[in-house]
Every structure is written in structure tokens, then in C-alpha cells.
Design a protein around this ligand. Structure first.
Ligand code: SF4
Ligand code: FES
Length: 372
């Protein structure tokens, strides 16, 4: 492989510890085919992988799932990551965490917590998460996080059904003493792609969200950092997905597959190496999946001759695959894509659905079913 060692080392690694989760959010980024508990990596293997990641140059380790608290060895895993010298960020719904468990995680060296927010009241949050009592539990967990003194980021996924709650979400972040809030308009991969009728924001909502975020950034400057992911289908240009393929981060699935992004398994011609078979550094530099769309050599027109090609790297490969059927095509979110007009029309059609049912994510190994 000719690009060996020409890539910089990754900065961040996402460790998907498990696909198990008590919640069933209809925009879950987990794949439709999830890894079973029996296939999950052991504590020992994760410990080795964390050390390999640190040796490779990774600085930040994001521990997610599913729900990472579903792993009984979570405290041991945090301790192992801390020992490897990684900055640890736990991405959690809060369900499965007690005050005692949080104190154990603190003692093990956990650096930061990112708490997901499905809505600002129990009716909304429990409906979106498909888990009754989840909101009240989350509020308790937020209190414990504050009491213990973890740096906290709230992570709100916004869509047509909850976008009106954004002002209250910002207030909640302030009240909880969060340092950041990630305001992420839903991106249509995995389960969200199945739920476009229910989740697609209208163009007016997308514009209003940008207005609210712009105003709040000024008002809350110095108190709360707002990271913003705007509504994808309503943008002029696509996102620089993953910072550029194989450039800054990698994902490890619960069963050990190493992916350039969380949705890479939707690109059928790629094959993925496993941490059980090959050292992480070798996978990063020489793995065929990582080199497939690294840099700009793979691009066709219009990206090939575009002056933004090193700005957004042609957008998202998985979105091009899902919507155009070709992972090397220009992301159709781009106004220069020949498929952009069709995408805009699709967005309007999805957004016009009055109250489509959610198609909730299911548990690993279970067949999903549409739910009212
Ligand atoms: Fe980005 Fe390609 Fe669109 Fe240019 S043509 S803005 S590189 S997606
Ligand atoms: Fe795979 Fe964007 S999610 S490249």
C-alpha cells in the first residue's frame, strides 16, 4: 500500500465497548446489524488496544456504545486507559450509573463525561429514548456528576420532533454547570436513515436553529461552549466527515473491527481488520479500508478539480454510498453534486410527514419492529 506512514497518527479513538443499551433512540449511530454480547472484546484485549492506541499517538479516548455502562468492567477499562496515558471521555445516557459507580470511575481516573439529552422533559425524552423513567434517572445522574465535579458536556441530538426545545436545552446546560453542549442536528446514518420521515427537520427549523445557536454563542461566551452540527440536507456544502477519512480518528467496534468511521460497514466493498489479528498501528497506516479514501487521489469530478477538496474532502463517504450508491461520489449534500436537487426534494418530502412513527433501534440479535 503506497500511502503507508504518509498519514499523520490519529488523535482520537472511539471505543464502542458494547452495542447493548437500555435506550432505543431512533437515530442511534450503531449499525443495523449489531455485535452480540458474546462477541465483545474482553477486558484484557481492550487494555492491550488502549496501550496500542497510546503508542500510536492517540490522545483522546471516547468510550461509547450502545451504553458503555452496560459493561460491568467499565471501571477497570477506565483504569487501563488512564494507565496508558489517554484522556478519557465517557459518552453515556446515564442509565446504569449510580453515585457509587461514578465515584469509582472518578477514582479510576475518568477525565470527562458526555451526557446525552433526548429532550428537556420526561414526556419528550422518554418517548425519544423509548425508555420510561429514563429522563428522571438522567437528572439524578447529572446531579451526581456535578457533585463529584466531573467536567460535563451535554450532547443533544436535535430533529424535527424536539428542535423547539433547544432554548430549554441551553438553559439546562447552564443550570447543570456544563462546560459545553453539543447541539447536533441529526445526521442520517444507520437507524436515523430509516427514520427520515419522523426526524427530518424543515428548512425553517434548520434556519431557526442556526439563529438560536448564533445568538446563544454571543450571550454565553466564556460560560458555555456550543458545538454545532447543522442540518445536513439543508446545507450548501457537506461536512468534513471524520475530519477527512483516515486522517484524525478511528473507531473500534465491540467485536474488534477497526473502522475509519462509525458507519463504514455500510460500504460493502471495504474489508475491516480486527484488533485480534493485527496491531492497531499497522491497521491505521496500511489497512486497506483506511487507505481507500485517504487524501484526495480517489476523488472524481466535481471534487477532483474543486478548490474545497481539502476543506471538506468531498463530504461523507457513507452518505454518498447510502444516497448515490457510490462511496467515491461527491456527497449529495454538496450543491455541486448532480444529485443535490433530488436530495433537496427528498428532504422536503421527509420533512412534510406530519407525525410518522419512530422505527426504534432494537437490542443486538433482536429483529427491529416499527413502533407508534
Ligand atoms: Fe466539497 Fe466536492 Fe463539493 Fe467541492 S465538489 S465542495 S470538494 S463535496
Ligand atoms: Fe462514514 Fe461519514 S459516516 S465517512
Amino acid at each position: 500500500m503506497t500511502t503507508a506512514k504518509t498519514a499523520p497518527p490519529p488523535i482520537a479513538m472511539l471505543a464502542e465497548l458494547t452495542h447493548r443499551c437500555p435506550l432505543s433512540c431512533p437515530y442511534c449511530s450503531n449499525p443495523i446489524e449489531m455485535a452480540l454480547q458474546e462477541a465483545e472484546l474482553s477486558t484484557e484485549t481492550w487494555t492491550r488496544v488502549f496501550q496500542e492506541a497510546a503508542d500510536l499517538g492517540v490522545l483522546q479516548l471516547h468510550l461509547s456504545g450502545g451504553e458503555p455502562a452496560s459493561r460491568r468492567d467499565l471501571t477497570d477499562l477506565i483504569a487501563a486507559a488512564q494507565k496508558a496515558g489517554l484522556y478519557t471521555n465517557l459518552i453515556t445516557s446515564g442509565i446504569g450509573l449510580s453515585e457509587k459507580r461514578l465515584r469509582d470511575l472518578d477514582a479510576a481516573g475518568l477525565d470527562h463525561i458526555q451526557l446525552s439529552l433526548q429532550g428537556t422533559d420526561a414526556a419528550m425524552a422518554d418517548e425519544i429514548g423509548g425508555y420510561r423513567g429514563g429522563f428522571d434517572r438522567k437528572m439524578k445522574v447529572a446531579d451526581w456528576i456535578t457533585k463529584i465535579g466531573f467536567p460535563l458536556t451535554l450532547n443533544a441530538v436535535l430533529h424535527r420532533r424536539n428542535l423547539h426545545q433547544l432554548p430549554d436545552m441551553l438553559k439546562m446546560a447552564e443550570t447543570m454547570g456544563a462546560r459545553r453542549i453539543e447541539v447536533a442536528t441529526v445526521q442520517f446514518h444507520g437507524w436515523a436513515l430509516k427514520n427520515r420521515d419522523a426526524l427530518m427537520p424543515t428548512l425553517e427549523q434548520a434556519k431557526e436553529t442556526t439563529r438560536i445557536v448564533t445568538e446563544a454563542r454571543l450571550r454565553l461566551k466564556g460560560r458555555l461552549v456550543i458545538d454545532y452540527v447543522s442540518a445536513d440536507y439543508h446545507s450548501k456544502y457537506p461536512k468534513r466527515c471524520m475530519g477527512g477519512w483516515g486522517s484524525t480518528g478511528l473507531n473500534v467496534t465491540p467485536d474488534g473491527q477497526v473502522l475509519p468511521c462509525h458507519a463504514a460497514q455500510t460500504i460493502p466493498h471495504l474489508t475491516f481488520d480486527r484488533v485480534q489479528d493485527r496491531p492497531l498501528a499497522d491497521i491505521w497506516y496500511n489497512g486497506s479500508a483506511f487507505n481507500a479514501y485517504r487524501g484526495t487521489d480517489w476523488m472524481a469530478e466535481p471534487c477532483k478539480s474543486c478548490d474545497r477538496k481539502t476543506v471538506d474532502f468531498g463530504g461523507c463517504r457513507c452518505q454518498a454510498m447510502a444516497l448515490v450508491g457510490d462511496a467515491s461520489a461527491t456527497d449529495p449534500v454538496c450543491q455541486k453534486s448532480p444529485h443535490n436537487a433530488a436530495l433537496q426534494a427528498q428532504a422536503n418530502t421527509h420533512a412534510a410527514h406530519d407525525r410518522a412513527s419512530f422505527f426504534y433501534r432494537s437490542a443486538p440479535g433482536k429483529t427491529p419492529a416499527p413502533t407508534e
